[in-house]
Design a protein around this ligand. Structure first.
Ligand code: GDP
Length: 300
């Protein structure tokens, strides 16, 4: 929790200092409530989520007889945790099947931290005792396969890559086929993230999934979303959601942004649980998303 707090320091200035600072001061007048709204909007919560949170806060505080800063914190905490749908299943399905490995497709726009996330995730899985194979199907970005292979060597996972410019679906297929043949536990596929046209992406990503499914079950399609990109990122995410069924979101770059409020919108707007969060560039900077701990860190 201490580490999470450190990494979320900038968003904490919004929620802990900003919102809690206002709520802790006793009954709020209309002007102060507007200030609460402005703070939430500035942290990228969007108008629907902001309105919902403010309404629940007003009701919660009106119903609570406690008028202390600690009481206000408790009400705020409950409202924020509830908004993050604490009951959702956020586990990563990475257990091998009888004859085939678990297959995880990692999708997202270039630059969001997709390749880095694959590396970090592989590290977690290897540390958990799984044999992991990485598929470098991001054949569009020239350095992506090298970058992935470096991660593989670093964390102890084999990497299957194609020639530069190869068809991403054929590389994904090769990776999964090789994972089946070698009897590995998990294959994690890094996919291409170009987004010129929705049709291009649809064809490519849809094909990757279809081709892989000839060999094995796809257990997870994880969408990587850069927390600093706000509405733009969410719009892109919806395009991906139209193409493949997303099973979970990985929200990256939550460190160093005051816009951590995007977390509160993702699930409401995409209908998909946030499963992991990226908290830095290092190998250990990927954490399971846990609403209670997350809100505690935000409130400081
Ligand atoms: P891709 O194009 O989506 O595969 O993106 P990369 O994995 O190459 O990442 C793009 C940049 O974002 C790199 O400099 C990463 O180190 C950085 N990055 C990835 N995840 C995080 C994160 O959680 N926090 C921070 N601060 N940087 C990150």
């Amino acid at each position: 929790l201490t580490r999470l707090r450190g990494r979320l320091a900038r968003s904490q200035s919004t929620f802990g200092k900003g919102v809690l600072g206002l709520l802790g001061g006793g009954d709020l007048d209309e002007e102060s409530w507007e200030e609460v709204e402005d703070i939430l909007l500035s942290a990228d919560l969007g108008s629907t989520t902001t309105t919902a949170i403010v309404e629940r806060l007003r009701t919660g505080l009106a119903e609570s007889s406690v008028r202390t800063a600690a009481g206000a914190r408790e009400v705020l905490r409950t409202v924020l945790v509830d908004e993050l749908l604490p009951g959702m299943d956020r586990s990563i399905r990475a257990l091998p099947h009888a004859e085939t490995p678990a297959v995880l497709l990692v999708v997202g726009v270039n630059g969001t931290g997709k390749t880095t996330t694959v590396g970090k995730l592989a590290r977690v899985l290897v540390a958990d005792g799984r044999r992991v194979l990485l598929g470098a199907a991001d054949t569009f970005r020239a350095a992506a396969a090298d970058q992935l292979q470096t991660w593989g060597e670093r964390v102890g996972a084999t990497t299957v890559r194609g020639k530069e410019g190869a068809d991403p679906a054929s590389v994904a297929f090769e990776a999964v086929a090789s994972g089946v043949a070698d009897g590995v536990d998990v294959v994690v596929v890094d996919t291409a993230g170009r987004l010129h046209t929705k049709t291009g992406l649809m064809d490519e990503l849809g094909k990757v999934k279809r081709v892989v499914e000839k060999k094995a079950t796809v257990d997870e399609v994880l969408l990587v979303l850069d927390a600093t990109t706000g509405q733009n990122g969410l719009t892109q995410a919806k395009v991906f959601g139209d193409v493949v069924d997303i099973t979970g979101v990985v929200l990256t770059k939550l460190d160093g942004t005051a816009k951590g409020g995007i977390v509160f919108r993702v699930q409401r707007e995409l209908g998909v649980p946030v499963k992991l969060v990226g908290l830095g560039e290092g190998a250990d900077d990927l954490a399971p998303f846990e609403p209670g701990a997350f809100v505690d860190a935000l409130l400081g």
